[in-house]
Design a protein around this ligand. Structure first.
Ligand code: GTP
Ligand code: SPV
Ligand code: MN
Length: 592
């Protein structure tokens, strides 16, 4: 019996629907990768960049209306609507398959269907999951080769376990009115059609590793989270690992590879990057929390990335990187707003049009060279701070969980939850100003529990319950914190310098985890005494530090109204522990 029989039957069925001219299996070899790069260059799907300055690098431009995740076209398809919950778009599986089949039908005529067997996590690890993506986009193949572990060893492992997520993708006509991103947790399947943008089409990432995996994790007793993982090593060799959830484009990548600031250099810290976007976390036999990064690459935001904000990433993307929707310079280099060097005198913008600095559109607004959500795809192996434990099957032990978001005025620089349950409450009430990573109005505050609003593959009330129960199974739950790097003064300027300087806050967080420092209890949680934050070498006034930690009770009471409104969505499904936490918060805010 052919041990790949199930896989091949499914491929045949999908080929019958999409009608590709031929089918090519992706084997993960360098030779095949080079051939595909050449082929995609020949059709203009990608452009080879300057071989001296950016060896092995390419540029791709997406369609103009296909530059970010389209959450309104993303669905969780379950038999019962309740299982998708009030925060997800829902479709009946039967209807979803029918609607998408109409678009998939014959969509690959004249094209090749690529079969990509991939592993999220080290091949063969208990933590890992296998997927197979079928796609008609070489861009997707080349990205998946960077972002996941692809190749014949995956197929060999699949022969043993026989379980995989069925991922079907076609660009079809790249028509936004015929675009659907569908998740079938009950069938372990994903169908994505009509898009060519990262989060919509690299199906191992948000679709599998978060939406499908979160639903699996609930049943299997683990957590699939939108979190970075990093290690902080002290000179004595001791490494503490933390996991942090910030919404899209709120600083995960930057934190995961920070460079210690000048003033803390003498302390000799070294940072290890384990992951910048997704964490899969389990309770091990020792009763503590262990995490792996299921990905093998970064899909990072270009604009704002430079040698000052993120030198480690600048080193990482020097070779073997795919750039999407950035500006192309005449010498076949790339540029984006906020890169180190001044804009080139001329170039080709992200839409493929001639561009000069200061070019304005008809309404007089400046035209950007790179799209605000332009990205690069680079292998973790290129990263100078890549953790030596990336391929270890058990991952790393987690000491602290950090939530965070962009809040101009409300949230202090850092505060600590009183306990696990309060920590889950803090995570469940997170909110952030919207960024360019998703289609919608930038800047608008939206509630984004655990940074998972767009990525939770099941009813979020059940997700909160899962988090609450999870803590009870941990022998010593990690401490939970909330950070806000984005508070501004009355002139709209960031109060906190951020980036590498954030290590000063991580230092306090770890001191709290190791009972090395005391904190000040406030209505919202424990906050630092300013003297306990090492500010050596940082020019920040006492007044600014006070502003960063100011808790405005009136604003917070206003916030509790918004939280109550959000909780109402879940009706009686909301765990009673969370409404109790809200009540207590209001009581604390109203006292004194
Ligand atoms: P996704 O890939 O969308 O999940 O984003 P991310 O959470 O990894 O965000 P990333 O690190 O790419 O940062 C997004 C934007 O926030 C960039 O423009 C950064 O320059 C900016 N940023 C990151 N960290 C800080 C910080 O500490 N302070 C300030 N002010 N900006 C920051
Ligand atoms: C995000 O938006 O959170 C990303 C980019 O990490 S994407 O893969 O497009 O979702
Ligand atoms: Mn992300």
């Amino acid at each position: 019996m052919d041990k790949l029989h199930r896989l091949k039957t499914w491929i045949d069925k999908c080929a019958g629907l999409c009608q590709p001219d031929n089918i090519v299996w992706v084997d993960g070899t360098e030779k095949q990768k080079k051939d595909l790069q050449q082929k995609a260059c020949a059709t203009g799907e990608i452009t080879a960049l300057n071989k001296k300055k950016l060896p092995g690098c390419f540029l791709h431009r997406t369609a103009v209306n296909d530059v970010a995740r389209t959450e309104h076209l993303t669905f969780i398809c379950t038999k019962n609507k309740r299982d998708a919950g009030p925060t997800n778009n829902w479709m009946l599986p039967k209807d979803a398959y029918n609607r998408a089949s109409e678009i998939f039908k014959g969509a690959m005529k004249g094209r090749t269907m690529y079969v990509i067997p991939f592993s999220m996590g080290p091949v063969g690890s208990e933590f890992s999951k296998i997927g197979v993506e079928l796609t008609d986009s070489i861009y997707v193949v080349l990205n998946m080769l960077i972002m996941t572990r692809v190749g014949n060893d995956v197929l060999e492992y699949l022969k043993k376990i026989q379980i995989f997520t069925k991922c079907l993708h076609s660009k079809a006509e790249l028509d936004i009115s015929r675009r659907l991103i569908l998740h079938f947790p009950e069938d372990n399947a994903i169908w994505s059609v009509g898009s060519g943008y990262g989060g919509n089409v690299l199906l191992g990432k948000k679709c599998l590793a978060l939406r499908i995996a979160s639903a699996q994790a609930r049943h299997e007793g683990w957590l699939a989270e939108h979190m970075l993982i990093m290690g902080i090593e002290e000179p004595n060799g001791h490494i503490e690992y933390i996991a942090a959830a910030f919404p899209s484009a709120c600083g995960k990548t930057n934190l995961a590879m920070l460079i210690p600031p000048e003033g803390l250099k003498s302390k000799g810290y070294r940072i290890w990057t384990v992951g910048d976007d997704i964490a899969w976390m389990r309770i091990d036999s020792d009763g503590s929390l262990w995490a792996i990064n299921p990905e093998a690459g970064f899909f990072g935001v270009g604009p704002g990335t430079n040698y000052k904000t993120n030198p480690v990433m600048m080193e990482t993307i020097k070779k073997d990187t795919i750039f999407t929707n950035v500006l192309l310079t005449p010498d076949k280099n790339v540029w984006w707003e906020g890169k180190d060097e001044a804009p080139p005198a001329k170039g080709i913008d992200w839409q493929g049009r001639p561009w000069k600095p200061g070019t304005k559109d008809v309404s007089g607004k400046e035209i950007l060279g790179a799209h605000p959500n332009s990205r690069f795809t680079a292998p973790i192996a290129n990263c100078p701070s890549a953790s030596f434990r990336l391929d270890q099957h058990h991952g790393v032990p987690i000491s602290a969980i950090i939530f965070g978001g962009r809040r101009e005025h409300l949230a202090p620089l850092v505060y600590e939850a009183f306990n696990w349950q309060h920590g889950v409450f803090i995570g469940s009430t997170m909110a952030s100003e919207r960024t360019a990573a998703q289609v919608g109005k930038v800047g608008e505050v939206r509630r984004d529990p655990m940074a998972m609003l767009p990525f939770c593959g099941y009813n979020m009330a059940d997700y909160f319950r899962h988090w609450l129960n999870f803590g009870k199974r941990l022998r010593k739950p990690p401490k939970v914190f909330h950070v806000n790097w984005f508070r501004t003064n009355n002139k709209g300027k960031f109060l906190w310098p951020g980036f590498g300087e954030n290590l000063r806050i991580l230092e306090w967080i770890l001191d709290r985890c190791n009972n090395k420092t005391v904190a000040r209890k406030t209505a919202i949680g424990n906050i630092p005494f300013v003297k306990d934050i090492d500010l050596t070498g940082l020019r920040i006034s006492k007044k600014e530090m006070e502003q960063l930690f100011k808790i405005n009770k009136k604003d917070w009471l206003q916030e509790t109204n918004d939280i109550a409104k959000f909780f109402l969505k879940f009706n009686t499904d909301l765990p009673q522990e969370l409404s109790a936490e809200l009540k207590n918060l209001i009581k604390r805010l109203k006292s004194k």
